[in-house]
Write a protein that binds this ligand. Structure first.
Ligand code: ZN
Length: 78
């Protein structure tokens, strides 16, 4: 008698993998180097990267300069 064949996952036509950064599930061919498209473009899609895209660095710098000017902090040198 032949041994029973191992059951094949019939409902997974393509391999599903997780993005190494945001762990979002995706098809293997959609994840380049294990990263999903969003992470490759520099923005995560899940909460594993909280507040990453909240404020652009230029804006943070501008706000800091504004706050410093408003507080009239004297520069230590000159
Ligand atoms: Zn991702």
């Amino acid at each position: 008698m032949l041994p029973p064949e191992p059951p094949e996952p019939a409902d997974t036509p393509t391999a599903l993998v997780e993005c190494v950064i945001c762990r979002a599930p995706g098809r293997a061919e959609a994840l380049v180097d294990g990263e999903c498209r969003a992470c490759r473009e520099g923005r995560g899609t899940s909460a594993s990267v909280p507040g990453r895209a909240a404020l652009p660095p230029e804006l943070v710098r501008a706000l800091a300069a504004e706050a410093r000017a408003a507080a009239r902090v004297p520069t230590p040198h000159r």
